[in-house]
Design a binder for this molecule. Structure first.
Ligand SMILES: Cc1cc2nc3c(=O)[nH]c(=O)nc-3n(C[C@H](O)[C@H](O)[C@H](O)COP(=O)(O)OP(=O)(O)OC[C@H]3O[C@@H](n4cnc5c(N)ncnc54)[C@H](O)[C@@H]3O)c2cc1C
Ligand SMILES: *[C@@H]1O[C@H](CO)[C@@H](O)[C@H](O)[C@H]1NC(C)=O
Ligand SMILES: *[C@@H]1O[C@H](CO)[C@@H](O)[C@H](O)[C@H]1NC(C)=O
Ligand SMILES: *[C@@H]1O[C@H](CO)[C@@H](O)[C@H](O)[C@H]1NC(C)=O
Ligand SMILES: *[C@@H]1O[C@H](CO)[C@@H](O)[C@H](O)[C@H]1NC(C)=O
Ligand SMILES: *[C@@H]1O[C@H](CO)[C@@H](O)[C@H](O)[C@H]1NC(C)=O
Length: 382
């Protein structure tokens, strides 16, 4: 069985470029895609996984940037009930193979992200993944010959088309959120900012956002900065009060301590879309409100930026934020990449806070096509 599977995998790159048809296509070989593919493999379905990178779990190669997972590696519970134990293990995927418990890959309670990469690599053994296949376009056609009445057509980067009856999307929430405001071009993103704390020595830093990535970034540089201000729209949501694992976790909340203990760091509240950043020509950045730029006549001032006439001066103003910053870092979360889905798919974003995800029903199937499922929901994390 093992030998047969190896031959199958090796033979894949030589498949001719004629259209190949599958019952099930899975988009993405992250934990979501691998988990669903494992079930398809175990039930001997006709399936394939498409992955643009050359290995599984590539998200965890670079993210989280500071490499410490906040999903708990709970190895011991004192119980023998496997179901109970799995519920408390936040990292293992579901498998009959006892070797595929995350505890074999790390003993750290908050494991290193590289351990997740190694874990997913082993989990992927025996799963039919076509690596290096970047799906650029997805459309659907009604097809009376298809057992479910339609076919999805997936176009890859070599312009080869793949045909599937059922499409399981596990492409992740991969695009960093970018908020547009005047001066947004002076910001750096969480996904690319330096993670060497020495690079922040003696700098004053503004972080936009209030989630785990914002606090994780702050924790890393706290010892080197003059001060860190953090700007968010709403109050910090602490996971120990909301019971939601995605809210701010105690392991990341060092900045709350230094703020409450008056160590110069600060938390500011405001709508980021009202914000404007101006600079004074020497690289220092000032925060202001969009409103002050409207009244600023760019043509009289020859488009040169003059913080003194662009900043609020009233007594009720937040003085803490009047000091210039050396850098402004965006930690504003992520959203689903809708761009590869053709109009025929009719995929829509959700509402309100869920607009970063496609609109799905209670079964995680896209509202428009019932045979189209959004993954990434297999981990207890979600
Ligand atoms: C900053 C940050 C920190 C996090 N920390 C943790 C943590 O500590 N513990 C934890 O459990 N979770 C953590 N998460 C959440 C975790 O990353 C996700 O829950 C998980 O990666 C979702 O798995 P997925 O398979 O849905 O998507 P992903 O892991 O993103 O995998 C999607 C895969 O699809 C591929 N792909 C996408 N589009 C295409 C395409 N068009 N063609 C081909 N391939 C494509 C990608 O290359 C990728 O391999 C964190 C998330 C973030 C943003
Ligand atoms: C992962 O798989 C490799 C190759 O099969 C094996 O040698 C290794 O022991 C596995 N790792 C763990 C922790 O089981
Ligand atoms: C960080 O600092 C190192 C030197 O300590 C330098 O080589 C590197 O370019 C800096 N990186 C960034 C992103 O500023
Ligand atoms: C001046 O330029 C800023 C930044 O580009 C812009 O936001 C503002 O609206 C402009 N003001 C006027 C009066 O055009
Ligand atoms: C800006 O200044 C120019 C030149 O003085 C003037 O013509 C224009 O009306 C001014 N614009 C505004 C919006 O005040
Ligand atoms: C305005 O800026 C342009 C180029 O940016 C420059 O050539 C010109 O001399 C400036 N005019 C004034 C009055 O400063």
């Amino acid at each position: 069985m093992q030998v047969l599977q190896i031959i199958f995998l090796l033979s894949l790159p030589y498949v001719s470029s004629k259209l190949h048809s599958y019952d099930y296509c899975v988009l993405g070989a992250g934990p979501g895609g691998l988990q669903i593919a494992k079930f398809l493999e175990d039930s001997q379905r006709d399936y394939v996984v498409f992955e643009r990178n050359n290995r599984p779990g590539s998200f965890f190669l670079h993210l989280p940037r500071h490499r410490k997972l906040i999903s708990i590696n709970k190895q011991f519970t004192g119980r023998k009930n496997k179901e109970f134990n799995l519920r408390h293990d936040w990292n293992s995927l579901l498998s009959k193979d006892e070797q595929l418990l995350f505890g074999h890959y790390s003993h750290d309670f908050f494991p290193h992200a590289d351990d997740m990469v190694r874990y997913l690599q082993n989990f992927s053994i025996g799963i039919n993944v076509r690596y290096g296949t970047d799906i650029k376009n997805v459309r659907i056609e009604t097809n009376p010959e298809a057992w479910n009445g339609h076919r999805f057509l997936l176009l890859d980067q070599t312009r080869q088309e793949h045909e599937c009856n059922v499409l399981l999307v596990a492409s992740g929430i991969s695009l960093p959120n970018v908020v547009n405001f005047p001066g947004a071009e002076y910001t750096e993103g969480y996904e690319a900012v330096s993670i060497d704390p020495h690079n922040f020595t003696g700098q004053s830093v503004l972080i936009l956002g209030r989630g785990n990535s914002a606090f994780e970034t702050a924790d890393n540089i706290l010892g080197y900065t003059n001060f860190i201000h953090m700007l968010g729209r709403s109050r910090v949501r602490l996971s120990w009060s909301t019971h939601y694992v995605g809210d701010l976790r105690a392991i990341n909340n060092g900045l709350l301590d230094t703020y409450q203990l008056k160590s110069l760091d600060g938390l500011l509240e405001g709508d980021i879309s009202d914000l404007a950043l101006v600079h004074d020509g020497s690289g220092k950045l000032f925060v202001t409100h969009k409103h002050y730029l409207k009244n600023y006549n760019n043509s009289t001032n020859n488009n040169t930026i003059n913080p003194s006439s662009m900043l609020p001066k009233d007594d009720l103003d937040n003085f803490a934020a009047r000091e210039p910053y050396d850098r402004v870092i965006r930690c504003l979360g992520w959203k689903f990449d809708f761009s590869i889905f053709d109009k025929s798919i009719k995929l829509k974003p959700g509402f309100g806070l869920k607009k970063k995800y496609p609109l799905v029903n209670v079964n995680y199937e896209a509202k428009t096509y019932s045979r189209f499922v959004c993954g990434g929901c297999c981990q207890p994390w979600h």
